[in-house]
Design a protein around this ligand. Structure first.
Ligand code: 6R9
Length: 637
């Protein structure tokens, strides 16, 4: 099926996707290589939550990402990698070379006993081997679970254990900006915390520095590659066989393993990649995300490779060695489609235009953003200074759970509006519901954003705990998938995401549960309890504000500065740097209702710098607490 090219195509496709979803998605799926055709396009039940797409169909997603392109695109660049250090050479993999590397590494995995259904965790820097290993897992039918390289040993251990991973893939070190992350020693520490799970650690030698080693468990990536050949038949998978687990934070408890399966995920990521970005055959496409997040899975690896695109992969950060890094790469590689996060745009904006003006940026056609709401100033700056007013911006709203882009402009086709994700893609039926779960119809309204009909790449379960999946997404509002986001539908029927309505905060586009950060803080001895809220932050979108109640004996022996530093260090140790609170306020108590519930609304207001209009606080056990927190807040830096 061809691409949506104009508003009329969009209207026609959207209508068809609603009136005949099965026919619509079957037509999309026909483009791919299936070893066996499906029997049933869709079966679903939002009560007990079960959904299957293309049931009975058999395939391997890597045959569609790689083998399928060998006839016409063998010598085309599949992955163009740019190192953190600008002096280091790029690494380029054609589809032929990528296919070969994936086959070889798939054979390495097999030689370590990895079989269909086994879990493999990846804790790696943004190097081509990460993409290769992800695809190699998929080729042998193993379930990959990529863990962002910024997570701490404890966070890694929790995920490795929950997934029950047989093999861990890592690198000795991971360069990022002017820092080097000692991935292997963090991995060692993590594995000590979850003994008896991982049998083999395969280590990529990213730098020549000394690497700690556990004989019998650790093997070198390059040495293993020498032992295998480059032929590896694909494992034939059922459409609903698991493809990957990706951990993400929710409003309660530990991060959960979102499970995605094969056929539907493939069809949807390819469809959205091609349409949203209006990808054309020879475009150079660059998504700056990390493969440790869903954006990297769907729009660095799977979506682009399924379409036979050239996908740029970048190891570094936007500000190293200076704030012109992105734009230098855009000019040098003649990038046509550029997809990044609002937090990166805001950080670069703050560095001034001189870093932008050095570059021509002529190759750019389409710009994208993802991960958090984009404020108007950042949108305008991106549009004017990067897109020179001629590149449409696609503000793509979606989630780890949705697998692919859900609400977004289609580049150059749907009119854009700053701060609006605009309209649902074909196949997506968003609704706004009130607190009672009643649909709010019409225009110029606000409510909880839900989706009322299945789409192919939706979450199938949370790993090891289907009840949790049901409770989190399908029980708040009966009959709907609940996103956790608040949303406005304006007079034009355009959607604007207002941010989370639950206890999830979004820091620099990274999702964190306030409960998760509180648990980490509470692990510091001397902390009695804590409450964490988000507050508006110029660059990060949201910052983390922690209110902490400490043991009086602790307050006697440590200064406030020491305490704060130690609390922050504890969070870094338990979760990672991304969760480090920006502000810590030591308080004598938290504002609790008589039933013991923390009134977060008040804490949010104080964190935002508001000191009045707290609303009804008569249900508080001790209203004087609010005054003392307010006073203390003045002194927090
Ligand atoms: C892809 C990704 C999901 C949450 C989501 C929402 C926020 C994502 C957004 C956006 C406003 C956008 N979010 N895209 N908010 N506008 N264009 O980011 O997945 O890490 O799971 O985060 O991010 O709050 O619910 P994930």
């Amino acid at each position: 099926m061809s691409r949506i090219k104009n508003l009329e195509d969009y209207a026609v496709d959207y209508r068809k996707s609603v009136t005949d979803p099965e026919g619509f998605w079957a037509a999309q799926a026909e483009r791919f290589v299936w070893r066996k055709h499906w029997d049933e396009v869709l079966e679903y039940d939002f009560e007990d939550y079960n959904v299957s797409w293309f049931k009975g169909g058999q395939l391997n997603i890597t045959e569609n990402c790689l083998d399928r392109h060998l006839l016409h695109r063998a010598e085309k660049t599949a992955i163009h990698w740019v190192a953190n250090d600008p002096r280091e050479e790029d690494r380029i993999f054609t589809y032929r070379e990528l296919h070969e590397q994936v086959c070889k590494f798939a054979n390495v995995l097999k030689s370590k006993g990895v079989r269909k259904g086994d879990r493999v965790c990846l804790y790696m820097p943004m190097i081509p081997e990460l993409a290769i290993a992800v695809l190699a897992c998929a080729r042998v039918g193993a379930i990959h679970s990529v863990i962002f390289g910024g997570f701490s040993a404890q966070a890694l251990a929790d995920r490795v254990k929950d997934a029950g991973a047989k093999v861990l893939l890592t690198a000795n070190f991971g360069p990022r900006g002017n820092k080097v992350i000692p991935l292997k020693s963090i991995a060692d520490e993590a594995l000590e915390k979850c003994p008896g799970v991982v049998e083999t650690v395969i280590v990529y030698e990213r730098t020549k520095d000394h690497t700690s080693w556990t004989a019998g468990r650790d093997v070198w990536w390059h040495e293993e590659l020498e032992q295998v050949d480059a032929n590896c038949k694909v494992e034939i998978m059922e459409s609903e066989d698991p493809l990957f687990i990706l951990y993400t934070s929710g409003s309660t408890g530990k991060p959960k393993g979102v499970l995605h399966t094969t056929g539907g995920y493939m069809v949807y990521t390819a469809y959205t990649f091609k349409n949203v970005f209006q990808y054309e055959e020879n475009d150079v496409y660059w998504c700056t995300a990390d493969i440790g997040w869903i954006t990297g899975h769907s729009y660095i690896v799977y979506g682009p490779l399924l379409e036979g695109a050239t996908s740029v992969m970048f190891e570094g950060i936007p500000t190293y060695p200076d704030a012109g890094r992105f734009w230098r790469i855009v000019d040098r590689l003649k990038v046509n489609i550029f997809y990044t996060a609002p937090t990166a745009i805001r950080a670069l904006m703050a560095q001034g235009l001189e870093y932008v003006e050095l570059y021509r940026l002529e190759s750019l056609k389409v710009l994208g953003t993802v991960g958090e709401p984009i404020n108007r100033e950042a949108w305008e700056w991106y549009h004017l200074h990067i897109g020179k007013g001629r590149c449409p911006i696609v503000d793509t709203w979606w989630q780890t759970e949705t697998g692919g882009i859900m609400i977004s402009p289609i580049a150059g086709v749907l009119p854009t509006k700053p701060t609006y994700a605009t309209l649902p893609l074909p196949g997506i039926q968003p609704v706004l519901v009130d607190q009672e779960g009643k649909e709010i119809k019409g225009k110029g309204v606000e409510g909880n954003l839900c989706i009322k009909f299945p789409w192919p790449s939706m979450i199938r379960t949370t790993w090891g705990d289907h009840e949790r999946c049901k409770n989190t997404y399908f029980s708040t509002f009966k009959g709907y998938y609940f996103t956790g986001d608040g949303c406005r539908r304006d007079e034009d029927g355009y959607y604007r995401i207002l941010g989370r309505v639950d206890d999830v905060i979004n820091v620099s586009g990274h999702r964190l549960g306030t409960a998760e950060v509180e648990n980490a803080i509470n692990m510091y001895t001397g902390v009695i309890e804590s409450a964490v809220v988000g507050y508006p932050h110029d660059i990060k979108g949201q910052g983390i504000y922690a209110y902490v109640v400490c043991d009086s004996s602790k307050l006697e022996v440590s200064t406030i500065t020491e305490l704060k530093a130690e609390i922050m260090a504890t969070v870094v140790e338990k979760i990672g740097k991304i969760a480090r609170p920006d502000k810590v306020q030591i308080v004598r108590g938290l504002p609790k209702t008589r039933s013991g519930k923390i009134m977060r609304r008040i804490l949010r207001k104080i964190a935002e710098g508001q000191v009045e209009n707290f609303g009804d606080i008569s249900t508080l056990l001790d209203p004087s607490i609010v005054e003392s927190i307010k006073e203390g807040a003045q002194k927090v830096e």
